[in-house]
Design a protein around this ligand. Structure first.
Ligand SMILES: [Zn+2]
Length: 156
């Protein structure tokens, strides 16, 4: 378990608790080298989690692919290194915590968008613009307008 900040391998657990899904333990860790605190989700057994896609096909949930999509949206945005990985882990933990063995891809997309919205609004828009749940550009435009209003036009 590498530190997301310095990639150091030594860390100590500062807090530990079971999630709703008893197979998942959430741990707060502190890097022994640089003191950065980060969160890990550890599973005693990786239960099968299948994603059902819009076209009716199914495939195994791929956490790395989700992380790659998030990382792409967060490219050159001012977020901590490892933010995409952490978000992917949290999304996976949320999905597994729901106790489902099959989830629609739209659910994962919605969770990813919620995470990105917390992290960085530009990344959120990037992701939303390619995410297929947006049936039309009007929906995206409304989202942009809403975000813009919330920020009070403070930033370009
Ligand atoms: Zn470190």
């Amino acid at each position: 378990m590498r530190c997301p900040s310095c990639e150091g391998r030594e860390s100590r657990v500062v807090d530990s608790r079971d999630l709703d899904d008893a197979a998942t333990v959430r741990r707060r860790r502190e890097c022994m080298a640089c003191g950065t605190r980060f969160t890990t989700y550890e599973r005693t057994e990786a239960a099968r989690l299948v994603v059902s896609k819009r076209d009716g096909t199914r495939q195994e949930f791929d956490r790395d692919r989700l992380a790659a999509g998030l990382r792409k949206a967060l490219t050159r945005r001012p977020v901590a290194d490892g933010a995409a990985e952490q978000a992917a882990d949290e999304i996976e933990a949320a999905l597994r915590g729901e106790g489902m063995t099959e989830v629609p891809s739209s659910r994962i997309g919605a969770l990813a968008m919620a995470k990105l919205r917390e992290l960085d609004q530009i990344a959120y828009i990037r992701f939303a613009s390619v995410y297929q749940s947006y049936e039309d550009l009007e929906a995206l435009k409304r989202e942009v307008d809403t975000l813009y209003d919330q920020r009070g036009h403070a930033e370009p």
